[in-house]
Design a protein around this ligand. Structure first.
Ligand SMILES: C[S@@+](CC[C@H](N)C(=O)[O-])C[C@H]1O[C@@H](n2cnc3c(N)ncnc32)[C@H](O)[C@@H]1O
Length: 308
């Protein structure tokens, strides 16, 4: 599919007042406020939905399922232009080490066809192509970057335009929901990656089922996602950093505290590694051993499974 057409087909990023309202009501950064909200099971605010509509979480808030996708869309439309620099600020550059490790664990061979879902600004895709070029001298590997958000993909497209991969068939972009990869044929890709994306999706089980469908037999599913830290001392420090420092960095660097408050809350709502590994197996994948590798005390984890 033509990249430019795909991007321009999509209208302006979501900007309805409703999502704005939710974001503006996101909790203040106080650690105590955050702790209170962490324990809160229901959003006390009146919801603009029918009582029967299924609810899901948006950070620590309960929201109607039908709204979450748009609200997440608003978050990433807000952060797109600052996304890469914010990742470096927030993680002190550690996200780069995790992503490098992720690609080394994949160890793609020449000609690998990768589908990078929730690929955002192209961090995984670029590393993948660089790895294939550096290790194998290969210029036949291909990656399709899929994301629901055209703003994030547009930043990625500009980034790729400064590389040797631009205007080659090694990279393409597609705006699509990970839950419905309608333009990706079944059994068509060698590796499926999703990095720091799946926790933002409304129905994680549907994302996993789609991953299984599009992979060829023998293909590999790989997910890099935040995890749960077991060590109590590290967990305490990590919590303080997440709830106190990250939203403040968001405010100072991106002038957007609320989006970063959502991001840290969404990390806490994502299931622990063992539960997510079970979901991956439930979707039909075969895992090796327990199915994941913790990085940095479990702050992040690489999950992997094969379609056999
Ligand atoms: C935290 S960013 C990660 C970007 C990139 N993978 C990385 O590691 O830097 C999460 C991305 O997930 C995308 N996303 C959220 N929900 C999605 C969905 N349902 N389908 C596809 N992409 C989605 C967002 O638009 C955003 O670009």
């Amino acid at each position: 599919m033509n990249t430019y057409r795909t991007l321009s087909r999509i209208s302006q990023p979501f900007s309805q007042p409703l999502a704005r309202l939710y974001l503006q009501r996101a909790p203040a950064s106080s650690f105590f406020t955050s702790t209170r909200l962490r324990n809160q099971t229901h959003n006390p605010d009146p919801q603009p939905s029918t009582p029967k509509e299924p609810q899901t979480h948006f950070g620590f808030r309960d929201v109607p399922e039908s709204l979450k996708e748009k609200m997440v869309g608003q978050v990433f439309a807000n952060v797109a232009s600052k996304y890469d620099v914010m990742n470096d600020f927030m993680s002190g550059g550690v996200h780069r080490l995790w992503k490098d490790h992720f690609i080394r664990s994949m160890a793609p061979g020449p000609g690998t066809k990768l589908l990078d879902v929730a690929g955002g600004t192209g961090d995984i895709a670029l590393r993948f192509l660089d790895y294939c070029h550096r290790i194998h001298g290969d210029a036949t590997a291909q990656v399709q970057i899929v994301d629901i958000n055209s703003s994030m993909l547009e930043v990625g497209r500009v980034r790729f335009s400064r590389t040797a991969y631009t205007d080659t068939d090694q990279v393409s972009f597609l705006v699509q929901n990970a839950e419905h990869l309608d333009d990706v044929p079944s059994d068509s890709v060698d590796v499926y990656t999703i990095a720091f994306g799946i926790r933002n999706c409304t129905h994680v089980d549907r994302v996993l089922r789609e991953a299984h469908r599009v992979l060829r037999k023998g293909g590999r599913f790989m997910c890099l996602e935040f995890g749960k830290v077991e060590n109590p001392v590290v967990e305490k420090i990590y919590s303080l950093y997440s709830f106190e420092v990250i939203p403040t960095i968001g405010q100072l660097v991106a002038n957007d505290r609320d989006s970063y408050q959502y991001l840290v809350e969404s990390i806490r709502k994502f299931p622990p590694q063992s539960v997510f590994a079970d979901m991956i197996r439930d979707a039909g994948f075969t895992t090796v051993g327990r199915g994941w590798e913790d990085l940095t005390f479990g702050v992040a984890a690489v999950h992997s499974g094969f379609k056999l």
